[in-house]
Design a protein around this ligand. Structure first.
Ligand SMILES: [Zn+2]
Ligand SMILES: [Zn+2]
Length: 100
């Protein structure tokens, strides 16, 4: 089974799985790291989530990957990232691309 990002579902190549620049663990309840369930996200998705939502919003409304995946604010991003191959997009780049 290939490792995929829990949000965008892109496949993380085996040789990048141990690389924190490619694959990161997201705590669905950031303020309760010790007990929070976690999901594995590619770095662009992880950065995007924390750029768009405060920890409070994540705790109140997005503590499940399903609710993140269907969040209005993420739809444009998810559609865009699914069409790209790279795992190393900064939030700045994605913002520029989406405003075009
Ligand atoms: Zn992703
Ligand atoms: Zn996180």
């Amino acid at each position: 089974m290939p490792t995929t990002c829990a949000l965008c579902r892109r496949v993380i190549p085996d040789e990048r799985i141990a690389d924190p620049q490619a694959l990161q663990e997201h705590h669905l309840r950031p303020e309760e790291r010790a007990t929070s369930p976690t999901v594995m996200l590619c770095r662009p998705c992880h950065e995007q989530i924390h750029a768009l939502f405060t920890n409070e919003e994540l705790r109140e409304a997005y503590d499940e990957i399903e609710s993140l995946r269907s969040a209005d604010r993420l739809q444009g991003y998810i559609e865009w990232i699914r069409g790209t191959e790279t795992l190393e997009i900064s939030v700045e780049t994605s913002r520029r691309v989406r405003e075009r």
